[in-house]
Design a protein around this ligand. Structure first.
Ligand code: PXL
Length: 276
């Protein structure tokens, strides 16, 4: 069984980061090791959350793994809380890249044109530097705009403009860029991707479900990571991940007791089981 490492926070309540990455990657048949960057009582869209920064522990944990000769087929990063954490992950990528490890960065920073609480433009520039070292980067359109220092266009962009954004994202240094939250037609929402090595674009769209929930980006990135690691193509990986998010949203909307803070991804997990 392949072993991967995911580096992100534990939001104790909130259906995001490690509480979604672990079940998704496990159901996809991957052994998942975790490196928790911080413990928060909830994600940062609540008010009054607690935040215990674990940056000081990261290097001791990694040093122990090295002593035990533990390595990983992939390192997948999500929410990182500070420039110091980015710099730590950057050295982790360098260390593990020697053994042919795949690196996947979800540059979690914001949505709908705005950065989340606690992030600023300087942090976005640091994240752009981390993307240099990644095989795959998975920004939404807001994160892409901040990393490229470009204006965020809420709507009214063309396919060609998105392709240019994808080329510039790979220009940061990543081999493949996957851009989420792309809507070229009013009733559709989906993903466009660019593999700079083969110079090929990919896209996949679904009917737009007009609701917005936190944590869907983390569900997408975890599913995408699982799909790539189990050997699915880039096109298959974006399709499965986008279909999974639609299933998560539909399950959430069908639940009269739905939570405001995250999606019912648990009900959609069977879609991700390896085919028997
Ligand atoms: O879903 C992304 C995410 C992850 N972790 C924390 C967050 C958020 C989004 O707001 O606050 C702590």
């Amino acid at each position: 069984m392949k072993r991967i490492l995911t580096v992100q926070d534990i939001s104790c309540v909130g259906r995001c980061s490690l509480t979604v990455a672990l079940p998704i990657l496990s159901v996809m048949g991957l052994e998942t090791a975790i490196l928790p960057t911080a413990v928060l009582s909830t994600h940062t869209q609540f008010t009054g959350f607690t935040f215990r920064d674990l940056t000081d522990d990261l290097s001791d944990i990694a040093a122990h793994w090295k002593k035990e000769n533990l390595d990983f087929e992939a390192v997948y990063t999500g929410y990182l809380g500070s420039a110091r954490q980015i710099s730590f992950v950057s050295s982790l990528f360098e260390e593990y890249a020697k053994g042919g490890c795949t690196s996947i960065v979800d540059p979690v920073m914001g949505d709908n044109g705005k950065l989340y609480t606690g992030f600023d433009e300087k942090f976005a520039s640091e994240m752009a530097l981390l993307c240099q070292k990644a095989d795959y980067i998975l920004p939404n359109r807001t994160e892409a705009a901040y990393m490229l220092k470009e204006e965020y266009k809420a709507e009214g962009y063309t396919e060609k403009e998105i392709q240019d954004v994808l080329r510039r994202l790979c220009g940061l240094g990543a081999k493949t860029a996957v851009l989420t939250g792309v809507s070229l037609h009013e009733k559709e929402l989906g993903v466009m991707a660019y593999d700079s090595v083969s110079d090929t674009f990919y896209s996949y769209f679904n009917e737009k479900i007009p609701v917005s929930y936190h944590g869907t980006g983390d569900c997408f990135a975890s599913c995408f990571t699982g799909a790539i690691l189990r050997g699915q193509s880039l096109q298959e990986a974006i399709k499965l991940s986008a279909d999974f998010i639609v299933a998560c949203l539909k399950a959430t909307m069908a639940d009269p007791n739905r939570r405001f803070y995250g999606v019912n991804f648990e009900e959609a997990l069977p879609l991700l089981l390896p085919k028997a």
